[in-house]
Write a protein that binds this ligand. Sequence first.
Ligand SMILES: *[C@@H]1O[C@H](CO)[C@@H](O)[C@H](O)[C@H]1NC(C)=O
Ligand SMILES: *[C@@H]1O[C@H](CO)[C@@H](O)[C@H](O)[C@H]1NC(C)=O
Ligand SMILES: *[C@@H]1O[C@H](CO)[C@@H](O)[C@H](O)[C@H]1NC(C)=O
Ligand SMILES: *[C@@H]1O[C@H](CO)[C@@H](O)[C@H](O)[C@H]1NC(C)=O
Ligand SMILES: [Fe+2]
Length: 439
Amino acid sequence: MSNLFFLFQFILFLNLTLVNAGIYKPEQIRISWTENKGEMRVTWVSYISVDSFVVYRPVLCLGEDTTWKTIQGTSQTFNEGEIVVKFQYIYTAVMNNLNSECSYEYYIRNSITESEIYMFSGRTPETSPPYLETKRPLSMIVFGDLGIGTNAMAVKDILLQEAKLRNFLGIIHMGDIAYNLDQDDGTTGDGFLNIIQPLAANYAYMAIIGNHEGYNNSTHFRTRFKMPVNQDNQGSGYFYSFNIGPVHWIVISTEVYIDNTKKASAEIQTNWLKKDLEAANKNRENFPWIFVLTHHPLYCSTHSAVTCGSEAELYQSILEDILYENSIDIMLQAHVHSYERDKPIYKNLTVKSDYDDKHTHINAKAPLYILSGNAGNREGHNEPLPPTYKDWGVYMADDFGFGKLFVYNETHVLWTQYSATLMKVDDYVWLIKDQPRYN
Ligand SMILES: *[C@@H]1O[C@H](CO)[C@@H](O)[C@H](O)[C@H]1NC(C)=O
Ligand SMILES: *[C@@H]1O[C@H](CO)[C@@H](O)[C@H](O)[C@H]1NC(C)=O
Ligand SMILES: *[C@@H]1O[C@H](CO)[C@@H](O)[C@H](O)[C@H]1NC(C)=O
Ligand SMILES: *[C@@H]1O[C@H](CO)[C@@H](O)[C@H](O)[C@H]1NC(C)=O
Ligand SMILES: [Fe+2]
């Protein structure tokens, strides 16, 4: 009797400990846009395999049925360990039939426990106008090179505050995520994805591959992030595009071009990029802006002669003509740990617009290059600035910060860079145009 009682107590203790240790608890909850309109993907993790569901409903809108809908997540077993075998279960489910004028509440549940309730905008990739920009601009947070150490704290803190205001739609992380997703048998990746959960569970979190995601054929990046799928990327998440607002957003990997084992992938991506841009240009009246985002810069000034020299020139030789001939408007980059805004550039020369001043370009005739890689890496303070600017350099900063794009409409876009150290807008530029293409 007392033995049995003891056993029972022990099992109870074990169970409670397991629950408290959170192995059932859904964690690392995050959402992302898919390749389809009206969808939002949610991805989460637990350390025990258990049937797990997303439960969601529209709120704050007119005429929608607000009963909760439930979708079961499909699960994938992921060994995140390198030295030890360490399994986690990555679940994903796609919430669908979303109405762009609604917000949505959702939570994750399994048979034992459930998450808090999160909320997101029902605005998802679009196929045609009219857009919702009549009332306020579409705004997207953009940064690169964010880890979990002390360097990342300033940006992390202000972003978590921003998340409460609900005045932006999504986040694009331009590579070098967590430093590194695979570090310490994946513990660093898990920690990062839990730290950013208040952001990533409430706003589409779109990831781009950087050089720190390379370990074991980028398994951690490919398995943890479920980015929009197309025929050519085969679900790798290395390159994809989507339309939101009057903008065609394109993500590409620069990693494939510096890794000689990836020649075939490089060719697949380059061909996809050309195809994607050709299609985007046929639809340019509907989506007049094209922004391209990647990890390594084509133009930069503050890093080594390799990064801002031979490597940058390699990317220029592969990509610059494609971008220029297709009249892309902005090239966003990271990797270098500083902030740098340049003028419109082609072949290493400044290209004059119809009108230019320090904070305005009207009818630019080449891509505007911006580098925002100063969110907070793990490798030490940001790069020191050079004593002089290149001919096309406009503004640089070496503190910690992140960028925000405001797309007002078909003709007006505002880029801002926030300093998380100074807690203020550190730089901004208006891009204004009266026709979709310059070429
Ligand atoms: C490397 O990735 C493969 C899948 O892509 C996985 O099966 C394997 O366990 C990983 N190995 C290590 C050491 O992470
Ligand atoms: C790396 O991953 C890709 C999928 O993105 C796969 O096609 C390729 O075969 C893998 N390479 C190796 C060496 O495992
Ligand atoms: C590009 O132009 C800058 C001046 O703006 C110059 O310092 C640099 O050497 C040029 N690079 C090449 C590869 O010509
Ligand atoms: C576009 O937005 C800008 C900035 O708010 C505004 O000045 C301009 O009038 C808008 N244009 C149209 C066509 O709505
Ligand atoms: Fe990098």
